[in-house]
Design a protein around this ligand. Structure first.
Ligand code: CTP
Ligand code: MG
Length: 223
């Protein structure tokens, strides 16, 4: 049997409105190179990944080339989901890893676990336990929510390509989806959980960029 072809799709077509930097955050400097360069390098270096495709915004080809050099790319859409669909349609693959450019540090061990899980499941995602107490409420504290069965869900998320593309095509256009696992699940696929890593936390607000810089400076992650 030939080895399944595995392609990583990095979605990098967002505007980064919450971080409010001049450049979209995926092109902002992190440890002296664009944020996008970190995840692309980790994905390219992994022996289980055959190719990496980046989904960018209109007119960002030069930013992409400056960040990572020559690389397959396609143009994304107005929402993350539209960008993912554009990426899925642009690749030929048996298995895909869908990753947010806003999560710069991708540990190889997490990729190992995802690819292992995919050999017996149609979908796998990295998760971390919720450490804080969770509670409902508006101005005053409401009921505390049992967190034992709750997870923080990260990317990369791994799927059989045909299954996740069909799942996205079946998902209602007007419905929100913050990740791809919920789309896979809605299409009836079991999504396997593997251990995530705090290094994969998303850069969303200015303080997160500062924290990512600090991780690099402390050499907690590979440059
Ligand atoms: N993304 C994308 N296309 C979009 C929206 C988001 O490719 N139309 C990507 C972002 O580039 C990011 C990932 O999806 O890598 C996660 O999204 P998020 O953190 O929300 O990034 P932004 O949408 O850029 O930020 P914001 O929501 O603050 O504007
Ligand atoms: Mg967004």
């Amino acid at each position: 049997m030939t080895r399944p072809r595995t392609v990583a799709i990095v979605v990098a077509a967002g505007k980064g409105e919450r971080i409010g930097s001049a450049l979209p955050k995926q092109f902002a400097s992190l440890g002296g190179r664009p944020m996008l360069a970190h995840s692309v390098a980790a994905l390219r270096a992994h022996p289980g990944i055959d190719d990496v495709l980046v989904v960018i915004g209109e007119g960002q080809q030069d930013l992409l080339a400056d960040a990572v050099g020559e690389i397959p790319s396609t143009i994304g859409g107005a929402t993350r989901r539209e960008s993912v669909i554009a990426g899925l349609r642009a690749v030929e693959a048996d298995r895909v890893l869908i990753h947010d450019a806003a999560r710069p540090f991708v540990p190889a061990a997490v990729i190992d676990r995802l690819l292992d899980a995919l050999s017996t499941a149609p979908a796998a995602v990295p998760v971390l336990p919720v450490a804080d107490t969770l509670a409902r409420g508006d101005a005053v504290l409401g009921e505390t929510v049992d967190r034992t069965a709750l997870h923080r869900v990260q990317t990369p998320q791994a799927f059989h390509h045909a299954a996740i593309l069909a799942a996205h095509e079946a998902w209602p256009d007007d419905a929100e989806a913050t990740d791809d696992a919920q789309v896979a699940r809605a299409a009836g696929h079991d999504v396997t959980l593997v251990a995530g890593n705090a290094m994969l936390d998303k850069v969303t607000y200015p303080a997160d960029l500062a924290a990512a810089e600090a991780r690099l400076a402390a050499r907690l992650v590979a440059r």
